[in-house]
Design a protein around this ligand. Structure first.
Ligand code: UDP
Ligand code: MG
Length: 313
């Protein structure tokens, strides 16, 4: 199969028929063998009925329905599990992404040798202040901390090699950071393509202003988990030792001043409290490190290597 198109959707009944027809047109024009996996993320409107109709008319349209709204990441993850095409495309259901971009994206993977190509909504049709400016900040932070040179991490329109989507797990709200997940999984050829962005025709956006706070918190988590997820003690142990040693040194200094230089009023000095605080925090960090190690040791993914090739085995 040439292509799998994964579309997460939540209450998008109006857009689906038009989107389906447009995708069909593009697939036919290029002669692809394909499947479209529509993941209904617990819609409360008629989205699922529309998906059933699409499937009756064309069995290449398939559907997965969640019992309730689990979020875009969960929907993508489930679509990735079911995908079979050599190239997997993700796009939003609201027709803000254009299916006309699909052939070019696929070529960049098949001929260009990219593991993943991310869309870049260079010209956006969203509300300027509530979305564009925070989005610039957010992308700059993601670029800086992950070292991946992308302008638009969160673009819904992306293309992946099949092996990549089978190697990552998109959980929580990590759909914003799939390029980072891919990089941690060892896929280094991550490209970018300027894509057409269109105004939302039907329905409303499903993400409010909280997206930016959550987005930044998730960036912190993903960088931490990627680096220290399997060796938490290397993080907590280092900072714990530093804090404890700082506290201990100050304590020794205070003790020496008291007994050898006859200074009084040690317990009144701010430094005294700082030393105690530093030692307590240091111990706490150490304990957090041990607990982290216990959790990492019991994690089912602790030895989930991705093997690229084998020889003679
Ligand atoms: N979506 C989803 N589950 C959710 C929220 C959103 O599957 O809980 C889908 C939504 O239907 C759309 C895509 O994710 O297909 C992007 O959402 P939206 O267009 O609201 O985001 P925006 O374009 O405003 O960033
Ligand atoms: Mg949208």
């Amino acid at each position: 199969m040439d292509l799998t198109i994964v579309i997460p959707l939540f209450n998008e009944e109006e857009s689906l028929p038009e989107l389906g027809a447009w995708i069909e047109k593009v697939m036919l024009a290029n002669g692809y063998t394909y499947e479209v996996i529509l993941v209904d993320d617990g819609s409360t409107d008629a989205s699922w009925t529309v998906i059933e109709t699409l499937n009756t008319k064309n069995p290449c349209f398939k559907g997965i329905k969640f019992q309730r709204n689990y979020g875009k990441s969960a929907a993508l993850n489930e679509g990735f599990k079911a995908a079979q095409g050599d190239v997997v495309i993700t796009m939003d259901a609201d027709m803000q992404d254009s299916p006309d971009e699909i052939p070019e994206l696929r070529n960049m993977i098949i001929e260009g040798g990219f593991d993943m190509v991310s869309g870049w909504k260079k010209k956006r049709y969203d509300n300027t202040f509530s979305k564009n400016i925070p989005s610039k900040l957010f992308n700059a932070a993601a670029r800086k901390s992950s070292g991946i040179k992308l302008h638009d991490f969160n673009c819904g329109l992306k293309a992946y090699r099949l092996k990549l989507v089978k190697s990552i797990e998109v959980y929580g709200e990590m759909h914003r950071y799939i390029p980072v997940l891919a990089k941690w999984a060892g896929f280094r050829k991550i490209g970018e393509k300027v894509v057409e962005h269109r105004p939302r025709k039907y329905g409303v956006t499903k993400f409010g202003w909280e997206r930016f706070i959550n987005g930044f918190l998730d960036l912190g988590s993903i960088m931490f988990v990627g680096k220290f997820g399997k060796r938490p003690m290397h993080f907590f142990g280092l900072w714990g030792t530093l804090a404890f040693m700082a506290g201990l040194s100050i304590f020794i200094y205070l003790t020496v001043s008291k007994f050898f230089f006859d200074q009084t009023g040690m317990t009144q000095r701010p430094l005294f409290f700082f030393a105690i605080l530093a030692m307590i925090i240091g111990t706490q960090l150490f304990l957090a490190g041990f607990i982290g190690e216990l959790i990492a040791r019991n994690s089912p993914e602790r030895n989930n290597y991705l093997i690229e090739t084998r020889k003679g085995l």
